[in-house]
Design a protein around this ligand. Sequence first.
Ligand code: SAM
Length: 224
Amino acid sequence: MWGFFNNLKMMDDFEKLRCQMVETQILARGISDKKVIDAMLKIPREKFIEEKFYSQAYSDHPLPIGEGQTISQPFIVALMTELLNLTGNEKVLEIGTGSGYQTAILAELSKKVYTVERIPTLFKNAKNILAEMGYKNIFLFNLDGTEGLKEHSPFDRIILTAASDKIPQPLVEQLKESGKLIIPIGDRFSQELLVADKINGKLEIKNYGGVTFVPLIGKFGVSE
Ligand code: SAM
């Protein structure tokens, strides 16, 4: 099925590691959306991390990106993206740009991605990398994402890559009818990954199990 894997000889080391990552961490754990798999095969994760972590670029865990923050584990990026059920036409709001890696994956699978990061250095790094990679459908903001982006709402999909004890109310209001929001909800140490579908103005929530994320710090999130 994945002819890609037959050409390992011709690839550089990062490409080989990327293929192995997809095979052993993504496909093996049941991710089946071909568009998500293709995006994970395409995006070079090493571009979003410091050189000193290059040997772990495709390892099965988060990595530090500075300021006490992390680039998420590849499987979690793939899982959250698959759960968004993107068709290619959506306007997506991402809260917690971090390194920009998840943002690039989302940009491959949707029409427009609005992404918000609260920490200025991370915002600037992500902005530079994503511009260098040539993305024209990503719009970055250095703000408190718990307030959303009212002027660009409503959104078809909202993804939060930081954890809170509640879903920020402005984001519920900025989610389109029939839209989907994904968020890790819990305390500082462990959370559950929730997917909320907005149906007749109300959220119908499904739980996809335990996860661990950094906190969503802001007016409608948690305090620092
Ligand atoms: N998905 C990202 C990646 O691939 O690199 C990882 C995101 S990291 C786990 C979570 C990010 O959320 C951090 O960069 C953190 O600064 C950011 N964050 C936390 N609270 C925020 C808020 N209120 N608004 C915007 N960003 C926030």
